[in-house]
Design a protein around this ligand. Structure first.
Ligand code: CA
Length: 238
């Protein structure tokens, strides 16, 4: 899940991006309206957190511009202004929720999670074969056994499980799990997939993470019984 934070106050922007990254989201920060619009036009976000009070543009104008794109990401407005007018106007312009500063991070996180759930009527638990991922508690189990994952590993697995049976390219995975500050190679995905395989597949006869030649990776519970020969290990190194 990738979130754009539009906030010119560096202290608040840092606080939000650190907190959201800690919760497992990929976060980009834009400190002006202009750069926010550049971000929205060049990348796909699952959510925009928008401060209304920006140096170069009114937040409500940005709202309107984001809303021209359909379907756009849900927008959560942040504002120091507690005026009812702004709140009503923001919601009329299509904001999905509204939070008045100062707020507790836990409150913001609860709203973020609610909006992301609304955006895609996603189940709170994802299932592939005997592998379960609990999106709320951020817990992964296979055959009832808890598996500890690092935040990026969790992010990749969640993205793959939400798209089970669909081949995903390395670029798609990077765009959904890493933020814009990452400009390295998409080969990093191979490294993380290797870690994920060690943690979720190696000890089990049924391998869930599949390599899709020429594309990338996919997660799927194989139809064939586990006794049947699976693909040789060398074929994984595409
Ligand atoms: Ca501001």
């Amino acid at each position: 899940m990738r979130v754009l934070v539009v906030e010119d106050e560096k202290r608040i922007a840092d606080f939000l991006s650190r907190g959201l990254q800690g919760a497992g989201y990929a976060v980009d920060v834009a400190s002006t309206g202009g750069s926010a619009l550049d971000c929205v036009h060049s990348a796909e976000y699952d959510l925009v957190i928008l401060d209304l009070n920006l140096p170069d543009m009114d937040g409500l104008q940005i709202m309107e511009k984001i809303r021209i794109r359909k379907p756009g990401p849900p927008v959560l407005i942040l504002s120091a202004r507690s005026g009812l007018d702004d709140r009503v106007k923001g919601l009329e312009l299509g904001a999905d929720d509204y939070l008045v500063k100062p707020f507790a991070f836990i409150e913001l996180l609860a709203r973020v999670r609610a909006l992301l759930r609304r955006g895609q009527p996603a189940p709170e638990k994802l299932q592939v074969g005997d592998l379960t991922l609990d999106c709320i508690r951020r817990k992964v189990t296979r055959s009832g056994e808890t598996i500890e994952l690092a935040p990026k590993e969790f992010g990749i697995l969640e993205y793959m499980m939400r798209n089970k049976g669909r081949p995903l390219s390395r670029t798609m995975i990077v765009e959904h799990v890493w933020d814009m500050a990452y400009d390295g190679l998409t080969n990093i995905v191979d490294v993380y997939i290797r870690h994920l395989r060690t943690k979720i597949d190696d000890r089990f006869p049924q391998k869930l993470i599949q390599t899709v030649r020429g594309i990338g990776y996919m997660i799927e519970a194989p139809d064939r019984p586990a006794e049947q020969p699976t693909e040789p290990a060398t074929e994984r190194q595409v």
